[in-house]
Design a protein around this ligand. Sequence first.
Ligand code: GRG
Length: 315
Amino acid sequence: MDGGRVKGPSSGSAATTADSAHDLALARTFLESSREYVDRRLDFYLPRQDVVPQSLHKAMRYSIFAGGKRLRPALVFAAAEAVGGSREDGAPVACAAEMIHTYSLIHDDLPAMDDDDLRRGRPTCHKVFGEAMAILAGDALLTYAFEVLGHTPRAEAVPAVVRAIARGVGTQGMVGGQVLDIEGEGKPATLETVSAIHAWKTAALIAACCEAGALAGGATPKECEHLRQYGREIGLAFQIVDDILDVTSSPEALGKTPGKDARMGKATYPAVMDLAKARAEADRLAAQALQALRVLGPRARTLAALGRFVVERRS
Ligand code: GRG
């Protein structure tokens, strides 16, 4: 299966193929170095597993260090750098974003939600530590994330950074999107309902990462607005690709159980259009996201490459 990949008007040209390969190589290198950096900082911030209560700290660390692409931290760093800031400026936001993302995965896998046994290629948190501890590990990661945001080096940016992240994960962001997702299960989906769910459930946190990374890096309000817009489009494209991979990929490649969306009657893009159209929509959104970066000039090169990675990824 080709994952619904369709050829655009210029997608066969040698120049386009070379650009794409170059962007993907740049994105992969950046993701790798972001991962090393953010993992060191997460290890520093998170309580050690021999600190009381050991069981809780062990569960938090198990899920955080289970793997994962670390896309959200990479977007935070790339956004901070695109406005002239440094990786150090963005480090607390990057760690907080990964803690919040991991909390959402732990809770999403619980029997009361998606009831999954496999995540990031390993048994899910509740399978290893029990449901009560998994709920508490998620709660603790969310709470701790906001403490870590307070360590943002540009102190004057902290209130806006906290507001941006809280908005992205609250009732009209990730948590609200999860509610719409659950309430939509088994009901006939429309393009409008699917894109509303995806905009809140997935894109809102990704947009908040770009906005908060930019704020931490000292962005102007105009730069922030452009980066938030880039994040919204790339976040939506990311979830469309996630929906496609759920249909086309294997447990080994995904590190989680594929085919669950259809089994649970979830509102997804493949439920409302064929795979080639869904793929074309992801490509359109990614192209629109890159337009939002133009105002930033060459400093947004890494963000552009990460945008390409989001739609080309296979896991
Ligand atoms: C439970 C409050 C609460 C929210 C859950 C984000 C979410 C809402 C649920 C997680 C499951 C899911 C399908 C989320 C959509 C976002 C998404 C595709 C998450 C997976 O992100 P990746 O691919 O994961 O970046 P890794 O493991 O690479 O970090």
